[in-house]
Design a protein around this ligand. Structure first.
Ligand code: PEP
Ligand code: MN
Length: 335
């Protein structure tokens, strides 16, 4: 049973009333919650009548990432960039940070073409243990250099809670990869910071599971959560994953969090990225994540799906009028 509190202070009254029933407090969440995992349904009316209690819910559905308790849409600020408003920011850059020169030069290139944030993987959560795993900690200073050179906030994936201190200090937006969406230790640890996070949907996970994963982070008190649709596994072998537009529509209708679309991983093929990116903007995406590489055939990971700088530039020009047609503004591209 979830008891929704009017303020964290209400917990004292509740403790006195409930006695020694087991309680799991989430007092940093908005609104603050008290979970009673062993409460019986019959307790509901008595708990709801206590002072400081807003309402009592059964924990069957996600409540913090949805409109269950808050009607308004959340905005997430990453440096100067705001997600969830009228502007649509684009995150672009290589799959992996390969070296300093590469990431600094790509940061300048994507910025010149309208990107608002730079992405680059340092720690790579790969399917195969024999695939390139990223340069790890050594790659972080390269991202910091790229931010210094351009002012672009930087985005990188976190794969273990042990890296949280290092990454929270240096990285503007943490990405939780599709393969880690269910890593609850990681979600809880990120929840105990205020660092913005982009939570990707697992490629075999439902919309509800994604929302519960977001609730893990929100419950610990970090409100700066965004979701990412990056494609799911289907029977179609011609694409790497399948962009799940139906689930995107469902997600947008349910969540109060900004939703970013990653067409690069959804299709896995540079020739198909722009079609999905355009559909995503038309459908109401609050941001895009696009992989760009200056020499895709030399890329250490995901070269097949990387746009060249020219293709990225062309795509940005095509996206701007689509954003305008749905009442939005593609950030970084002149109005
Ligand atoms: C990535 O963004 O490079 C990545 C590995 O994404 P995903 O977790 O969606 O596969
Ligand atoms: Mn990638």
């Amino acid at each position: 049973m979830i008891v929704v509190l009017e303020s964290p202070n209400a917990i004292d009254t509740l403790c006195a009333e409930i006695g020694n029933a087991r309680m799991v407090p989430f007092l940093g969440a908005t609104p603050p919650l008290l979970v009673l995992p062993e409460a019986e349904a019959t307790w509901g009316p008595r708990l709801a009548a206590l002072p400081g209690v807003q309402r009592v819910l059964s924990p069957k559905e996600p409540v913090l990432s949805t409109h269950a308790l808050q009607a308004d849409k959340a905005r997430v600020q990453v440096g100067e960039i705001c997600f969830g408003g009228r502007d649509i920011p684009v995150i672009a850059g290589p799959c992996s940070v390969e070296n300093e020169a590469q990431v600094v030069s790509l940061a300048r290139t994507v910025q010149a073409n309208g990107a608002s944030l730079l992405r680059g993987g340092a720690y790579k959560g790969r399917t195969s243990p024999f695939a390139f795993q990223g340069h790890g900690e050594d790659a972080i200073p390269h991202l910091v250099k790229a931010r210094e050179a351009t002012g672009l906030p930087v985005v990188t994936e976190i794969i273990t809670p042990e890296d949280l201190v290092l990454l929270s200090e240096r990285i503007d937006l943490l990405q939780v990869g599709a393969r880690n969406m269910h890593n609850t230790a990681l979600l809880k640890a990120i929840g105990r910071t205020k660092t913005p996070v982009l939570l990707k949907r697992g490629f075999g996970s439902s919309v509800e599971e994604l929302l519960f994963a977001a609730d893990y982070i929100l419950a610990e008190g970090n409100p700066n959560v965004m979701l990412c649709e990056r494609g799911i596994r289907t029977f179609e072998r011609g694409v790497r994953f399948s962009f799940d537009l139906s689930a995107f529509a469902l997600l947008k209708s349910k969540t109060r969090l900004p939703v970013v679309v990653d067409p690069s991983h959804a299709v896995g093929n540079a020739n198909l990225v722009s079609t999905v990116a355009k559909a995503a903007i038309a459908a109401g995406a609050d941001g895009l994540l696009i992989e760009v590489h200056d020499e895709p055939d030399q890329a250490l990971s995901d070269g097949d799906q990387a746009l060249t700088p020219d293709a990225f530039s062309a795509l940005m020009s095509e996206l701007a009028p689509i954003a305008a047609a749905v009442g939005r503004h593609l950030l970084g591209v002149p109005r």
